[in-house]
Design a protein around this ligand. Structure first.
Ligand code: GUN
Length: 285
């Protein structure tokens, strides 16, 4: 059996087309959605992500700007900027690209962002709301994965879901979303004793490991839905996911490719969250 491919690129495009009308309506009412992305340092991968985020906004008529700081900037300078943006009515979303340099207290920076402008969904208030099953902003990557399940008509209720990876950005919020959708959820990590035993009984397998081709065909239950969150660069410069795509394609029921899978959905859901923030603001006025 060859798996059905869940095309994130096509779904992202379809959703972004649908956002344009909402952006136009907000702009006409004086609430043009605005996102600021803060980048500290010059990590090449982060630079690409940040550029794609800003360009994604501009392409659908939103306002977006990037603020960059040298890696040596002190935390107080960044916190002052966040305070200024929190008070700026033209800005609906604030995103600080992670990871931050080592001298930063990441949690303090994320908590400084006003919860109603936290379009990443990383503020404790938003994490808590998600954990309680009443999300306000859903972290963009797992949110994108949920949209892909919807597109692939994947019914999550009662399914065995296994998430490999327990990061705050992907693994934990992904697990919460799956729990909220009625799945039975196992979160694995690098210390998990019998990883194979877990993955082989997964109806839904989400790989957020950060290791190229980590998930091999023998780890996948026939017919499972395999979601590849990884974006790894191989020595030859090519991108590859956390899943051995060619091998798993023959075992899985549905699978996401890399590139063209989860990646384009992450930025799409960032746009969705920023538009949502602007709509809430417009409704409150
Ligand atoms: N670094 C990697 N992924 C993300 C993300 O979704 N948001 C932010 N702010 N930083 C990241």
């Amino acid at each position: 059996m060859t798996a059905q491919i869940i095309d994130g690129k096509a779904l992202a495009e379809e959703l972004r087309q649908g956002f344009k009308g909402r952006v136009e309506a907000l702009t006409a009412k004086g609430h043009k959605p605005g996102l600021v992305v803060i980048l500290v340092g010059a990590d090449p991968a982060s630079e690409v992500y940040v550029r794609n985020k800003v360009n994604g906004c501009l392409a659908i008529g939103m306002h977006s700007e990037k603020i960059t700081y040298d890696a040596t900037v002190d935390q107080a300078t960044v916190l002052d900027k966040i305070a200024e943006l929190n008070a700026n009515p033209a800005i609906h979303g604030i995103l600080v690209q992670l990871p931050l340099p080592k001298h930063f207290d990441e949690e303090a920076v994320l908590e400084a962002i006003a919860a109603d402008k936290d379009v990443d969904g990383f503020h404790a208030e938003n994490v808590g709301a998600l954990a309680q099953g009443n999300p306000r902003f859903i972290p963009c990557t797992p949110y994108g994965v949920m949209k892909m399940f919807e597109k692939g008509n994947v019914d999550l209720s009662g399914k065995e879901a296994v998430v490999i990876g327990r990061s705050n950005i992907v693994g934990k919020p992904m697990a919460l979303l799956l729990i909220n959708a009625g799945a039975t959820v196992t979160v694995c990590n690098s210390r998990t004793k019998d990883l194979l035993g877990h993955t082989r009984r997964a109806d839904i397998l989400v790989a957020a490991v950060g290791k190229p081709k980590f998930v091999t065909a023998d780890m996948v239950k026939p017919g499972a839905v395999v979601i590849d969150v990884g974006i790894n660069r191989l020595p030859d410069g090519k991108l590859c996911g956390d899943v051995d795509y060619a091998g798993c394609l023959e075992v899985a029921g549905q699978i996401t490719p890399v590139p063209g899978g989860v990646g384009p959905m992450t930025i799409t859901m960032l746009l969705a969250n920023t538009i949502e923030a602007a709509e809430r603001k417009a409704a409150a006025n």
